[in-house]
Design a protein around this ligand. Structure first.
Ligand SMILES: Cc1cc2nc3c(=O)[nH]c(=O)nc-3n(C[C@H](O)[C@H](O)[C@H](O)COP(=O)(O)OP(=O)(O)OC[C@H]3O[C@@H](n4cnc5c(N)ncnc54)[C@H](O)[C@@H]3O)c2cc1C
Length: 459
């Protein structure tokens, strides 16, 4: 089978889908290819015996207006955003001394919480706006937070936050790459707290729209979102289940080959956009020299286990929040628990509950070796204790392992980002996207898709 298109996108996850959506909307001819026989990448929703659960992300944050606009554009009867109950979504727990403690939401709460030390409550946090700017762009997140706010803030606020987002280690993440907004607050305004306030005022003054930052999923699960985007692109613009894909330089620009159902497929294209993980690029782009490829694919993807627990009748603590995270210093065997049925509808039968448990991450890769039986034992021990359950008898338990869950943005990111720029200049028509650059959250994926499309549309 031979095909000729203007633009081919490799990877039908959220990055590839949004890139394809905006290009297609602008009238460009695109073909999205994937080795899997479905779109969505890590996003996949399942329904079983009254439980609705996700593989991959469970919810996202509306942290960019581009994402809000996209959801407006794709919505129809089948595809409807579902916002989490704000009061519950804002209530988050962190484990301290074996118990869930609510994270403070305001200054008064910050003063009385047992999570932070007296020193940090009365000196570390209040004096943050007056501390000098950091001078080392390669400072780790742990060093930055300790320097500006104190160790207990690192241990019981930032460390669990980073577990929840990156399943990562603040001692390895570099804020300039991993949390550029936070890094820039210090660099531009000299303070996180003062900078955030000044930035908010400046945005209002300029009359710029700011995102709602609400927690979202979709009615029927996140796959409704990826299905909705794919529907707008049109089935005819996908080539799924294409295995052993390689891309080579050709007269037309690029020639992509792969195998579908035993048959060789060749696609000629003027432009190629990669929207798959960095780990896939070596076999995909054989024309890139070894040094550049080493630098390009240097992102370390942490492994994660996601366990979905369904209970027909809930018998544990009140599910009055978004969930709880376990700081590394607490030495537990899980990263955290999301109270999915508390913030989203249809997740469990009436009176029941759906919990999502994460294990592994950068500092507990040892757990990836555990068998399903051992994972179940760990989950039973940890969840029954933290959720105060007299007995632990889930009616559904699903275990999903991710070999390449979340890329970490450490020191090596600098050379990776530089190499992306270099290769895009060197090879006309090649664009390198995916979550190893531009951020890991779903909103960042949508923004990257939008920006790649804009670059092509206006080039
Ligand atoms: C367990 C987990 C929990 C998460 N939780 C959240 C969360 O709560 N909130 C949030 O905002 N984000 C979360 N994320 C992150 C977010 O889901 C991802 O960053 C985002 O969905 C990635 O989209 P993507 O398209 O870049 O990559 P992917 O979804 O990985 O898609 C890449 C696609 O490329 C294809 N591909 C790979 N190699 C090849 C190849 N050689 N040839 C052809 N195709 C190939 C794959 O099959 C896949 O379809 C989570 C991620 C994981 C794994």
């Amino acid at each position: 089978m031979d095909k000729k298109v203007d633009i081919v996108i490799v990877g039908a996850g959220l990055t590839g889908l949004t890139t394809g959506y905006y290009l297609n909307k602008a009238g460009k001819q695109v073909l999205i290819v994937d080795k899997l026989d479905r779109w969505g990448g890590v996003i996949q929703t399942h329904k079983e015996n009254g439980f609705l659960y996700e593989n991959g992300p469970n919810t996202g944050v509306l942290s960019d207006v581009i994402m809000e606009d996209l959801f407006e554009e794709i919505q129809d009867e089948e595809c409807q955003i579902e916002l989490a109950d704000t009061k519950k979504a804002n209530k988050r727990y962190v484990v301290k001394n074996g118990k869930f403690v609510a994270l403070p939401t305001g200054p008064f709460g910050g003063l009385i919480t047992p999570l932070f030390s007296w020193r940090d409550k009365f000196l570390g946090i209040p004096l943050e706006p007056f501390r000098p700017r950091g001078k080392n762009p390669e400072e780790t997140l742990a060093e930055l937070v300790k320097r500006r706010m104190g160790k207990s803030m690192l241990d019981y606020a930032i460390d669990p936050f980073i577990l929840g987002v990156y399943a990562g280690d603040p001692n390895q993440l570099i804020p300039k790459y991993a949390l550029p907004k936070l890094y820039n607050l210090e660099q531009e305004y000299g303070s996180f707290i003062g900078g955030a306030v000044k930035k908010m005022i400046a945005t209002k003054r300029k009359g710029e729209r700011s995102p709602s930052r609400k927690i979202f999923s979709f009615k029927g699960g996140l796959q409704k979102m990826t299905d909705g985007i794919a529907k707008k692109i049109g089935d005819e613009n996908f080539l799924l289940g294409l295995e052993n894909i390689t891309v080579n330089k050709a007269d037309c620009g690029y020639s992509l080959t792969g195998v579908k159902a035993g048959e060789k497929v060749t696609v000629e294209a003027n432009k190629v956009i990669t929207a798959c993980g960095g780990y896939a690029l070596k076999s995909l782009l054989p024309f890139v020299n070894e040094t550049d490829m080493t630098n390009l694919s240097n992102a370390h993807y942490t492994k994660v286990i996601e366990v979905q627990l369904g209970f027909n009748k809930w018998n544990g603590r009140e599910l009055d929040g978004f969930g709880g995270l376990c700081p590394f210093v607490e030495n537990r065997d899980i990263l955290g628990i999301l109270f999915m049925s508390a913030t989203q509808t249809e997740r469990a039968p009436e009176g029941g509950a759906l919990l999502t448990v994460f294990m592994g991450g950068m500092r507990r890769q040892d757990l990836m070796e555990k068998s399903d039986k051992e994972v179940k034992e760990i989950v039973a021990r940890e969840v029954s204790e933290l959720m105060e359950m007299p007995d632990f008898k889930p009616d559904m338990i699903k275990i999903h392992r991710y070999e390449h869950a979340i890329p970490q943005y450490g020191l090596e990111s600098k050379i990776r980002f530089e190499t992306i720029e270099k290769l895009e200049q060197e090879y006309e028509g090649l664009i390198l996207g995916g979550n190893f650059c531009g951020g890991i959250g779903m909103s960042k994926r949508v923004v990257q898709g939008y920006e790649i499309a804009e670059k092509i549309i206006y080039s």
